[in-house]
Ligand binder design. Structure first.
Ligand code: G1P
Ligand code: ZN
Length: 543
C-alpha cells in the first residue's frame, strides 16, 4: 500500500495538559491537527517501529474517524501491531489493563474524560506508556517539542478498517487484533473482588442504581453488575454510550449526575448509587440519602480494602493528590502505613504504584484506583464499595458515620470559578504567591494562618521535581484552603478553591458541609479577593 508523506507545519495549541491533549472537537477535525499530534507522539516516544499499541476511546463524536487515522499512521510509521477494542470503544482503565496485560509499548486513548462530547464540544487524545499509565513529564515534553518543529507526517493510503468483528486482520504490514473490550477487564475484577459475596448481596434484595451517563461504562456495568453479579435488569441506567453522551456532562458529581441524585434522595431510593464519567475512570458513590465525597471515599476504601481478596494482605501505602482532603492520611496513620501527597493528576501516582510504595490512590475530583492498573478506575471503586458493603453488612450511611466517629470528619468542598479571563486568573495567583511570606500569623475571622506555601513535589522514586502545584494556606485547628488553576479546561481559566476543615467532636458530624466550612470559605475570599477580582459573586460549580 502507498505510504504518503504529507508536508505540514506546526499548529499552535498542541501542548497537552495533565490528561493529554484536549481541545474542541472541531480543532481536532481541522486539517493536519490530529495527524500532527499523532506524528508528534510517535516521534516523541522514539519511533513506532516494530511496536504494539492499544487503541480505543470513550465513543464520543469523532472517535471512529480518529481511530482510523491513528491506525493508518501507526501502520505507515512501521508499527507491528495494534490491539483495538471492538468498535473502538474502550474505557480508560480497561485500556490501561490491556496495555499491561498484553505487554505492549503503550496505547492511544481517545477521550476528553468528563467533558461534553459532540462536534461543538470537546475531544482529546493521550498516550499511555507500557506500564499502562499516562506519559511521563519527559515524554509529554518531547511530544510537545515535536509539535513545534513538525514538517511532515506519514499516513497510509487505505480504506477504513472494519472494527466490528472480533479477530485479527491486516493493515498493510501491521496486524490488527480486535478484542472484546469487557472480557479482560471483567477477569481482572473477578480476581480482586469477592464476586460470590456481592452476588449473594444482590440475591438478598440489595438494590443499586448505576448511572453510566450515556458514556463508556454502560457495557461494562451492564455485563458485570447485571449479567455476572445478578443485579436486577435496569440497575444500570443510561447504559448506551452515545457520541454526545445524550447532551449531558458525563461528570459524576452531584451537579451533573442530578438524575441519580434525584433517585437516591427520592421516596423509593435503592440502597446504593454510583456513576462513572465519559471514559470510565471517575466515580461517584452515594448511599440512600448519603452522598460520599471522593476524599471520604478514598479514606473509607483505604480503611476497609483488606476485606476484598485482592487486598487481603493489607496496603503498602496510600497516595492522594495535594488538594484531596487529608482524611486518607488519618486512616493511613491508624493503619501504620505511609501516606503520600502528590501533585494533581494521575500520572504522579505511577511511580509510587510501580515501585510498590502505594496500593491505593485517589483524588478529590472523583478518581480512585489501585495498583491493578495505572489509571483511576470508576467501576473498580464501585465494586470495592460493594465488596465492603457485602462483607460488613452495613449501609453507606452507617459506614460513613462509623468512619467519622473513629477518624474524625474532614468537611470538604471545592468551589470552581469557570471561564475566568486568563489574565485575571493569572494575576490573582501571582499576587497570592507574592503575599505568601506575610500570611503566616494573620487572622481571617476566627482562623489564623499557621503556614502558607506553594506546593512543590519531589518524587520519592525517580527524584523528579515538580513546582507550582497550587497555593496552600493552612490554619490553626486543622483547616486549609488551596488555590489552583485547572490544567484541563478548554476555555479561559478555571480557578479551583479547595476547602477543608477537620471536625472531631462526635456530635458535630452531621452538618451541611457548606455551613461547616463557612469560616474557611470567608477566609479564602478575603485572602484571594476572588469576588472583587473575578466579578463573580459565587462559584459556578460547588462539589
Ligand atoms: C482535573 C482534576 C484532577 C484530575 C484531572 C484529570 O484536573 O482536578 O484531579 O486528575 O482533571 O481527570 P484540573 O482541571 O484540576 O487540572
Ligand atoms: Zn475521565
Amino acid at each position: 500500500m502507498l505510504i504518503n508523506t504529507v508536508q505540514t507545519a506546526p499548529i499552535a495549541g498542541q501542548k497537552a495538559g495533565t490528561s493529554g491533549l484536549r481541545r474542541k472537537t472541531r480543532d481536532f477535525m481541522a486539517p493536519h491537527f490530529l495527524e500532527n499530534y499523532v506524528q508528534a507522539i510517535l516521534d516523541g516516544i522514539g519511533s513506532a517501529d516494530g511496536k504494539t499499541f492499544v487503541i480505543g476511546g470513550d465513543g464520543r463524536y469523532f472517535n471512529p474517524q480518529a481511530i482510523q487515522t491513528i491506525l493508518r499512521m501507526a501502520a505507515a510509521n512501521g508499527a507491528a501491531k495494534a490491539i483495538v477494542a471492538q468498535n473502538g470503544l474502550l474505557s480508560t482503565p480497561a485500556a490501561s489493563n490491556l496495555i499491561r496485560q498484553y505487554k505492549t509499548d503503550g496505547g492511544f486513548i481517545l477521550s476528553a474524560s468528563h467533558n461534553p462530547g459532540g462536534i461543538d464540544e470537546d475531544f482529546g487524545l493521550k498516550f499511555n506508556m507500557s506500564n499502562g499509565g499516562p506519559a511521563t513529564e519527559a515524554i509529554t515534553d518531547a511530544i510537545f517539542t515535536r509539535t513545534k518543529e513538525i514538517t511532515e507526517y506519514k499516513v497510509l493510503e487505505a480504506q477504513d478498517v472494519d472494527l466490528e468483528q472480533i479477530g485479527t486482520t491486516q493493515l498493510d504490514d501491521m496486524t490488527i487484533e480486535i478484542v472484546d473490550p469487557v472480557a479482560d477487564y471483567e477477569n481482572l475484577m473477578a480476581e480482586l473482588f469477592d464476586f460470590d459475596a456481592i452476588h449473594a448481596l444482590f440475591k438478598g434484595g440489595f438494590r443499586m442504581t448505576f448511572d453510566a451517563m450515556h458514556a463508556i461504562t454502560g457495557p461494562y456495568a451492564i455485563h458485570i453488575l447485571e449479567d455476572v453479579l445478578g443485579a436486577p435488569t435496569g440497575t444500570v441506567i443510561n447504559g448506551t454510550p452515545l457520541p454526545d453522551f445524550g447532551g449531558g456532562h458525563p461528570d459524576p458529581n452531584p451537579i451533573w449526575a442530578h438524575e441519580l441524585m434525584g433517585i437516591m434522595t427520592g421516596p423509593n431510593a435503592p440502597d446504593f448509587g454510583a456513576a462513572s464519567d465519559g471514559d470510565g475512570d471517575r466515580n461517584m458513590i452515594v448511599g440512600r440519602g448519603a452522598y460520599v465525597t471522593p476524599s471520604d471515599s478514598l479514606a473509607l476504601l483505604t480503611a476497609h480494602a483488606h476485606l476484598a481478596p485482592g487486598y487481603k494482605g493489607g496496603l503498602a501505602g496510600v497516595a492522594r493528590s495535594m488538594p484531596t482532603s487529608t482524611a486518607a492520611d488519618r486512616v493511613a496513620k491508624s493503619l501504620g502505613i505511609p501516606a503520600f501527597e502528590t501533585p494533581t493528576g494521575w500520572k504522579f501516582f505511577g511511580t509510587l504504584l510501580d515501585a510498590g510504595k502505594a496500593t491505593i490512590c485517589g483524588e478529590e475530583s472523583a478518581g480512585t484506583g489501585s495498583n491493578h492498573v495505572r489509571e483511576k478506575d470508576g467501576l473498580w471503586a464501585v465494586l470495592l464499595w460493594l465488596n465492603i458493603i457485602a462483607s460488613t453488612g452495613k449501609s453507606v450511611a452507617d459506614l460513613m458515620t462509623d468512619h467519622w466517629q473513629r477518624h474524625g470528619r474532614n468537611y470538604y468542598s471545592r468551589h470552581d470559578y469557570e471561564a475566568v479571563d486568563s489574565d485575571i486568573a493569572n494575576s490573582l495567583m501571582d499576587d497570592l504567591r507574592s503575599s505568601l511570606p506575610n500570611l503566616t500569623g494573620q487572622s481571617f475571622g476566627d482562623l489564623t494562618v499557621s503556614k502558607a506555601d506553594e506546593f512543590a513535589y519531589d518524587d520519592p522514586v525517580d527524584g523528579s521535581h515538580t513546582s507550582g502545584q497550587g497555593i496552600r494556606v493552612m490554619f490553626e485547628g486543622d483547616a486549609r484552603v488551596v488555590f489552583r488553576l485547572s490544567g484541563t479546561g478548554t476555555q479561559g481559566a478555571t480557578l479551583r478553591v479547595y476547602l477543608e476543615q477537620l471536625e472531631t467532636e462526635a456530635d458535630q458530624m452531621k452538618k451541611d458541609p457548606q455551613e461547616a466550612l463557612s469560616a474557611v470559605i470567608a477566609a479564602a475570599d478575603a485572602i484571594a479577593q476572588i469576588r472583587t477580582r473575578t466579578g463573580r459573586d459565587k462559584p459556578d460549580v460547588i462539589t
